[in-house]
Design a protein around this ligand. Structure first.
Ligand code: HEM
Length: 413
């Protein structure tokens, strides 16, 4: 079997320094120079970048049993989330998925309109009063406030959760990019700010679980559904520690991803004005998929696109690159929501904002509902215009955020 070609990189760390300096630019160049299967080396780790819908389907769906999540990134994420849905352990993942998925059916969130309106109405009044906003910060605040209510029916100050969550995400990404991570030797070697952020989140989440258990009140939220799964499934019950892990996982996986998608939609809303909110959202997460890279570990030797993929190595799939692949997307760099007016693009696997296969996003219906509702409400009332002198610039980390603030002028429509 043929060995795929790829960039050489430096003697010891291979392509790690180039990846760290500009992750997306580096991967885009690698695909441009070497094709849809590229062999990469990051220090001792061999990885293949896979950038073709058919090969992605093979890895994430058809032959998914040969690719697990015992990856560098999953190990580092587990420091925050424990063994839950983002975990490497297949048995624990399956147990959590079985108990959590029923709480995330499309119908589960039919009633969230009034919850969202309760947040959006005062937000829009403030925007029109202040006339200038940072859309990135606004969307973070809106989504964390919505998440805390939808998941826990809590009116805790969202900033108390948002601040530690940002530290957890930034520190996790720093450890993924670093060649060595001392905290894998002992959790005592985590940075103090990380330990403090975990302690703050734990305090809040464990307190919510404890007081909900102690109360007879079962509001219609995700925590109640998880508790019911816990209470109703005999040997399958979720312990307090598992509930904590599940809740932190949902906050971590759901918050920044959804907030980014909304920021990107509004940053481009001027060019997409008049578009259907669902199409605007779909196009925002095509050009800026919040999860811009997906990693798996290869269990047994495989062949992808005629190339040898050795066991123990990693595969990297980048929705960002796939969504801009010129063979599958006409005019790929242009923001054009109308491309979704004809339904899902073909091939289906060229569009993976929520992943594919057994690990497909559990929160996709919730994310879409929040986004469609927010886009519709905001654009019905407010005209958003970027302040001059700003060019949209993605900053890839754990999620694909905008790089810093993006200021917009607001006018009543
Ligand atoms: C626009 C917003 C969102 C995007 C773009 C997004 C994207 C994704 C993607 C690509 C994956 C697959 C990762 C992989 O295969 O390794 C994923 C998984 C996941 N997402 Fe989302 N997500 C979003 C919102 C949410 C929300 C709102 C929640 C929950 C409240 C959530 C919870 C999860 C969880 C728990 C997983 C892991 C599923 C598993 O491995 O079984 N996500 N998401």
């Amino acid at each position: 079997m043929t060995r795929a070609a790829g960039p050489k990189g430096s003697f010891i760390w291979g392509s790690l320094p180039a990846f760290k300096a500009d992750p997306i630019g580096f991967l885009a160049d690698a695909a441009q120079d070497h094709g849809d299967v590229v062999r990469l080396r990051f220090g001792p780790i061999t990885a293949h970048l896979i950038n073709h819908p058919a090969y992605v389907e093979q890895i994430l769906s058809r032959n998914a049993a040969n690719y697990d999540k015992a990856t560098r990134s999953a190990k580092r994420i587990a420091a925050t989330t424990g063994d839950s849905l983002l975990s490497a352990d297949q048995d624990k993942w399956q147990r959590h998925r079985r108990l959590i998925q029923p709480a995330f059916q499309p119908r589960s969130f039919d009633g969230i309109g009034p919850v969202l309106d309760g947040l959006i109405t005062p937000m829009l009044a403030r925007w029109l009063r202040d006339t200038e906003i940072d859309i990135v910060d606004e969307m973070m605040q809106l989504v964390i406030a919505a998440a805390v209510r939808i998941l826990f029916s809590s009116d805790i100050d969202p900033q108390r959760i948002n601040a530690p969550l940002e530290i957890l995400l930034a520190d996790t990404w720093r450890r993924i990019e670093a060649p060595l991570d001392a905290s894998l030797i002992s959790s005592r070697l985590h940075r103090p700010a990380f330990k403090q952020a975990v302690a703050e989140i734990d305090d809040i989440v464990l307190d919510l679980i404890k007081s909900r258990r102690a109360s007879r009140d079962r509001p219609d939220d995700v925590l109640s559904r998880l508790l019911a799964a816990h209470e109703g499934e005999g040997a399958q019950q979720l312990s307090d520690a598992e509930l904590r892990d599940a809740a932190v996982t949902l906050l971590l996986a759901g918050h920044e991803t959804t907030a980014n998608a909304l920021s990107w939609a509004f940053i481009h809303a001027t060019s997409g004005h008049g578009a259907n909110p669902a199409h605007l959202f779909a196009e925002a997460i095509r050009l800026y998929p919040s999860i811009w890279i997906i990693e798996r570990r290869v269990i047994r030797d495989d062949e992808v696109g005629g190339y040898h993929i050795p066991r123990g190595s990693s595969v990297l799939i980048s929705p960002y690159l796939l969504h801009r692949h010129p063979d599958f997307w006409p005019d790929p760099e242009t923001f054009d929501p109308t491309r979704f007016a004809q339904g899902t693009p073909r091939p289906r696997e060229a569009y993976l904002p929520f992943g594919l296969g057994q690990h497909r996003c559990v929160g996709l219906h919730l994310a879409a509902k929040i986004a469609h509702h927010a886009i519709e409400r905001v654009l019905a009332q407010v005209r958003l215009q970027p302040l001059p002198g700003q060019a949209p610039k993605p900053a890839p980390g754990m999620t694909l955020r905008h790089n810093g603030p993006f200021r917009m002028r607001c006018q009543r429509r």
